[in-house]
Ligand binder design. Structure first.
Ligand code: HEM
Length: 393
C-alpha cells in the first residue's frame, strides 16, 4: 500500500502497478491517474480545479472557498492575477543574481562537513541551503533562519492528500501552530518593509503594481508563506535524492566529475527518477472521461507525478538512472500548465551548484548504510538521514 510508510524507501513498484491500472476510480469521489499522458492532460485542463476544498472528500466541503491568497490553490481569474503580480517581483534575473551567494553557502556547508569529518546530507546540506536561500531572497534576517526551518518542516508533514490515516492529530496541531507563527512573523516583516523598503523580495512584492492593481495584505502574507514552503522541503528532497542517486550509481558520479557541464542534466534526471513532489491534486469542475474512467463533478483526482515520470510509454528503460539520457519528454516534477512551479529556476540553480560542487570536492564519498530511513511524508517524500563518509573534502 502506497500510504504505508514502509513503502517510502522504494515506492516505485507500487506506483508502477497503480499507473498500469490507471486511470481508475479508487473509491467514491477519488480518481487515481498515473500515466504520463493522462497526468500531462489533466494538469493543462481548465476543467480541473486547484481549489481542493471543492472536492467531495474535503473536510471543509460546502464551506466557502478560503480566499487566503495562496495562489497554488486558486483558479483563474484570482490565480492569474496574483501569479502575474508575483512573477513581476520574483524574476529570473533576481534568481540568477543569487548564484554567487548560493556557491558561498554550499562551500561553507561543505567546509563545515570537512572540519567535522562527517556529513548527514539531510541536516548538513539539503535542509539548511534552500531555507537560507529563500530567507535571504525574501529579506528574512540570518538569525531567524533556524525558526523557518522548523516551521516549514511542520507544515510539510501535513501537505498530504486527504486520505485517512496520513496526517495524525499531533502533526495537524504542530502545523497550525507553525502557520500562526509564520503569519505573525511576516506581518511584522511586511510592516517593517512598508516603513523602510529594502532591495529584497518582500519589499518588491509590496511595491509591485500592474494596471493599478497590487497584492493585498493577506495575499502578501500567503505568498511569503507559500514561497518558503514550496521552496524548502521540495528543494531539500531534490538535493537528498540526487546525492543518494549519485552515490548509488558511482559510474554516474564519475561521469559528472569528469564533465561538470553535465550538472544541469543530473538535476533533470534526479527530478524524473526520484520525484521530490510525488503527487498533486485536482478537482473536476464537471463530469468528464479520462480513458475508461468516468470522472464526476467534484471528484478528487490524484495525479501520481512520481509514477508518470517512470512511465515506459514516455521514457526508455525508465527505472534506470542515466544522467546522459536525452529525455524525449520533459518530466512532470514541476507540474505543467498554469500552475507550473514558479520556483523551478531557483530549485534548478541550487541543485546544479550542489551536485557540481559535491562531485568536485568530495574524495571517495560513500554511504554509511545501505538502508536509508525516510520521513513519513508520502507527498514531499525524502530521506530522514543520509550519512556519508569520505576520504577528504
Ligand atoms: C525541487 C524543487 C521543487 C519542486 C519539485 C516543486 C514542485 C512544484 C509543483 C509540482 C508545483 C505545482 C503543483 C500543482 O500543479 O498542483 C509547484 C508550484 C509552485 N512552486 Fe514549486 N517546486 C520546487 C521548488 C520551488 C521553489 C524553490 C519555489 C520558490 C521559492 C517554488 C515555488 C512554487 C510556487 C509559488 C508554486 C505555485 C505556482 C502556481 O500555483 O501558479 N517551488 N512546485
Amino acid at each position: 500500500m502506497l500510504i504505508d510508510p514502509a513503502s517510502r524507501p522504494d515506492p516505485y513498484p507500487i506506483l508502477g502497478a497503480l499507473r498500469e491500472a490507471s486511470p481508475r476510480a479508487a473509491s467514491d469521489g477519488l480518481v487515481v491517474v498515473g500515466r504520463y499522458g493522462d497526468c500531462a492532460k489533466v494538469l493543462r485542463d481548465p476543467g480541473m480545479s486547484s481549489e481542493h476544498d471543492r472536492s467531495r472528500l474535503a473536510p471543509r466541503r460546502g464551506a466557502r472557498p478560503m480566499r487566503t491568497g495562496n495562489f497554488l490553490h486558486l483558479d483563474p481569474p484570482d490565480h492569474t492575477r496574483i501569479r502575474r503580480l508575483v512573477t513581476k517581483a520574483f524574476t529570473p534575473r533576481a534568481v540568477a543574481a543569487l548564484e554567487p551567494r548560493i556557491r558561498a553557502m554550499v562551500d561553507e556547508l561543505l567546509t563545515a562537513a570537512r572540519d567535522r569529518g562527517s556529513l548527514d546530507v539531510v541536516t548538513g546540506l539539503a535542509h539548511p541551503l534552500p531555507v537560507r536561500v529563500i530567507c535571504e531572497l525574501l529579506g528574512v534576517p540570518a538569525e531567524d533562519h533556524g525558526r523557518f526551518q522548523e516551521w516549514s518542516a511542520s507544515l510539510a508533514e501535513t501537505l498530504e492528500p486527504p486520505l485517512p490515516g496520513l496526517v495524525g492529530p499531533r502533526a495537524k496541531v504542530a502545523a497550525a501552530q507553525a502557520r500562526a507563527e509564520f503569519i505573525a512573523y511576516f506581518r511584522e516583516l511586511i510592516a517593517a518593509r512598508r516603513a523602510v523598503a529594502r532591495d529584497d523580495l518582500v519589499s518588491h512584492l509590496i511595491q509591485v503594481k500592474e494596471d493599478g492593481d497590487q497584492l493585498t495584505e493577506s495575499e502578501l502574507l500567503a505568498t511569503c508563506i507559500l514561497l518558503i514552503n514550496a521552496g524548502h522541503e521540495t528543494t531539500a528532497n531534490l538535493i537528498n535524492n540526487g546525492v543518494l542517486a549519485l552515490l548509488r550509481h558511482p559510474d554516474q558520479l564519475r561521469l559528472l566529475r569528469q564533465d561538470p557541464a553535465l550538472a544541469p542534466a543530473v538535476v533533470e534526471e534526479v527530478l524524473r527518477y526520484d520525484t521530490p513532489v510525488q503527487l498533486t491534486l485536482r478537482v473536476a469542475s464537471g463530469p468528464t472521461r479520462l480513458g475508461d474512467a468516468h470522472i464526476e463533478t467534484d471528484d478528487l483526482v490524484v495525479l501520481l507525478l512520481g509514477a508518470a515520470n517512470r512511465d515506459p510509454e514516455a521514457y526508455e528503460d525508465p527505472d534506470r538512472f542515466d544522467i546522459r539520457r536525452t529525455a524525449a519528454r520533459p518530466h512532470l516534477s514541476f507540474s505543467a500548465g498554469p500552475h507550473f512551479c514558479l520556483g523551478a529556476g531557483l530549485a534548478r540553480l541550487e541543485a546544479r551548484i550542489v551536485f557540481e560542487v559535491f562531485a568536485r570536492r568530495f574524495v571517495e564519498p560513500r554511504l554509511c548504510a545501505t538502508e536509508i530511513a525516510y520521513k513519513p511524508n508520502l507527498n514531499l517524500r525524502g530521506p530522514a538521514r543520509l550519512d556519508i563518509e569520505f576520504d577528504a573534502v
